[in-house]
Design a protein around this ligand. Structure first.
Ligand SMILES: [Zn+2]
Length: 401
């Protein structure tokens, strides 16, 4: 049984269009059509193999060759081992790009639409190379292993610090779990051009020497700096995520404390889509819900799409319970509705994918269930395990949505 856990809120979570009229039409109207055109023309012209790195794209092939020369032949297996050890998953930006370039049939999601917006104009060979070697996840892995709440490199995004700190402090007093060791921090997109941090992260992911990692960094960083749309590493796509992590004594991860990491790119997406008012609290509450699950040993031993969905919907319910409860954030009706709408828009339709977090209507139903329970409890805060038991009873009905 795997003891480590990383649970990310799927980035979709944050780009909900909610009730903000200003941002919504831009994404909803233009992106899906544009995306399918881009994907099909790319797919027709060249092939991009994310398993081997093979590509017929004459601009990408030589760069891939150089980069992979700095890595051992089994680099993919090494990265898979790192992910297995930490419980991390490849991030949604890389997955979205992979789906675009391989022409995978994919439901048009809010996430994909947003990724298309922030990747607009970036040459496909560049996107392929960066996604192939997982560069969109380097800030995540860096924060997972090296992040510290007292280090300015992991500071929370200005403008959200108060909301995030307040929500954390309310959550600590609200839930009946050991929480003193949960550090809340940020991660920043431009980590990907910080040579020293890229080197140590590449060493960690692929288990290579500092010299090989430096060779790799000296190829990938100039590539990022040379791509105008990546804005010297400041494009939000590099940190469009938030996650909860616990090492629970896993060998090789000693000394890495429990944490919640809020990506700067995710905050930017919340802002861009008009969700900055309740978004940071919702994301923090959801991730905190995962720590409640960690502490209560609620995770099933087996990973499956059904189990992932159950745990994600439960985190939505825990989040909405905290946000809505009188002893929690005590959201008013309008904010509760905003939270439910946000949950709706973070849903995905990849029902057979192990990373499936629930469909939009299931996620909204889970949040709505948590909010109703909270409002019916008055000033009584139920023990977290009781909330879990009630949730599991309600789950069959939630899944019918
Ligand atoms: Zn989650």
């Amino acid at each position: 049984m795997k003891s480590t856990r990383t649970r990310a809120i799927v980035v979709t979570a944050t780009m909900a269009l909610t009730l903000s009229a200003a941002a919504a039409p831009t994404f909803a109207a233009s992106s899906p059509a544009a995306s399918s055109r881009a994907a099909s023309s790319a797919a027709q012209k060249y092939t991009y193999d994310f398993r081997t790195g093979a590509t017929t794209d004459p601009q990408a092939a030589p760069i891939v060759k150089k980069l992979l020369a700095a890595l051992p032949k089994d680099w993919q297996a090494r990265r898979a081992a790192f992910l297995a050890k930490t419980g991390a998953e490849p991030g949604p930006v890389g997955r979205s790009i992979e789906a675009q370039l391989t022409g995978a049939k994919c439901e048009p999601t809010t996430l994909n639409a947003y990724v298309e917006k922030i990747t607009a104009g970036i040459p496909l060979p560049r996107l392929f190379v960066l996604a192939l070697v997982g560069a969109f996840d380097y800030p995540t892995y860096d924060a997972l292993i090296y992040g510290s709440r007292t280090d300015a490199d992991y500071s929370l995004t200005p403008g959200t610090t108060g909301k995030v700190r307040y929500t954390t402090s309310v959550a600590r007093g609200f839930w009946d779990i050991k929480s003193g060791d949960i550090a809340v921090m940020g991660m920043h997109s431009n980590m990907v051009v910080d040579r020293a941090r890229v080197i140590r992260t590449v060493q960690t992911i692929f288990g290579v020497s500092a010299a090989d990692a430096a060779q790799f960094a000296d190829l990938i960083i100039p590539l990022i700096l040379d791509t105008k749309q990546l804005r010297d590493g400041n494009n939000p796509m590099f940190s469009l995520n938030a996650f909860a992590f616990t090492a629970e004594g896993q060998a090789g991860l000693e000394g890495i404390g429990d944490r919640i990491v809020m990506g700067e790119g995710m905050i930017k997406a919340l802002r861009d889509t008009g969700n900055i008012e309740v978004g940071p609290q919702m994301v923090l509450s959801h991730e905190y819900g995962h720590h409640v699950q960690f502490e209560n040993h609620a995770y099933p031993a087996q990973t499956s799409p059904e189990n992932t969905r159950m745990m994600e919907l439960m985190a939505d319910a825990y989040g909405a319970y905290l946000d809505s409860h009188r002893e929690g954030l005590n959201f008013n009706a309008e904010r509760v509705n905003g939270a439910i709408a946000l949950a709706h828009l973070v849903g995905d339709c990849a029902v057979n994918n192990p990373g499936h977090h629930g469909t939009p209507s299931q996620r909204a139903a889970a949040a709505s269930w948590g909010a109703s329970l909270a409002k019916s409890n008055g000033t009584t805060v139920l023990p977290s395990k009781q909330v879990q038991a009630l949730f599991l009873k309600a789950l069959p009905a939630i899944l019918k949505h």
